[in-house]
Design a protein around this ligand. Structure first.
Ligand SMILES: Cc1cc2nc3c(=O)[nH]c(=O)nc-3n(C[C@H](O)[C@H](O)[C@H](O)COP(=O)(O)O)c2cc1C
Length: 185
């Protein structure tokens, strides 16, 4: 039986591709530090290891990253849902999101941008290039360090969900997390 298909608005393309972990991206320039919620994030190259974040034009984060040419991607667990929403709904231009969320800073290993202690994984990036596309800019970063909460990956490199359970944004106000690892053999 063929199931019926219907055409929907083309904006649904972004909703359908949304499911990747929500991240809290940190940036800093001249002592000004910020946190922003970003769900449009993607790996782009194995060698060199490169990842991209898609940032709306005019965000405070954009000016900090363009000046410092570095940023960090922190991955929060489901327990940080309130902080995820706050960092995604107010601008660091007017509000201090570290102060308001109570999230604590942790020094990075390579770059000079603070990381978020309460997150379970951290990817430090130096800006490689930026590409303006429509109302967003793609910031590609060379990954210079990755570190995670102990036990997140087991001896075989398998992800242990009990140690870090990422949040996925389905669009609008729908969020889910991963429940179990699918059996594949
Ligand atoms: C769940 C969620 C996901 C978001 N994803 C993105 C994103 O991928 N790119 C983006 O530019 N803004 C995204 N936003 C909106 C920004 O987080 C928001 O505009 C923020 O206030 C900008 O902060 P800033 O001015 O301090 O940089 C998202 C917000 C939420 C709540």
């Amino acid at each position: 039986m063929t199931l019926k298909r219907i055409t929907v608005d083309k904006n649904y393309a972004t909703t359908l591709l949304n499911p990747s972990p929500i991240t809290l991206v940190t940036s800093e320039f001249e002592e000004k530090k910020n946190i922003v919620t970003i769900s449009w994030v993607s790996p782009v190259s194995f060698s060199p290891t490169c990842v991209a974040i898609m940032l709306s034009k005019g965000t405070y984060t954009q000016s900090l990253i363009e000046n410092s040419r570095q940023f960090a991607i922190n991955i929060p667990g489901i327990e940080l849902m309130k902080e995820i929403i706050l960092c995604g709904s107010v601008s660091g231009n007017e509000r201090d999101k570290f102060l308001e969320t109570g999230l604590t800073m942790m020094p990075a290993i390579v770059i000079e941008t603070p990381l978020i202690n309460e997150c379970f994984a951290h990817i430090e990036c130096r800006l490689n290039q930026s590409i303006a596309v429509g109302d967003h800019t793609i910031y590609c970063g060379n990954v210079v360090s990755v570190f995670v909460r102990e036990g997140l990956f087991d001896k075989e490199g398998k992800w242990m969900l009990e140690v870090g359970r990422p949040v996925i944004h389905l669009g609008q106000d729908q969020y889910v997390t991963l429940d179990e690892i699918a059996k594949n053999r």
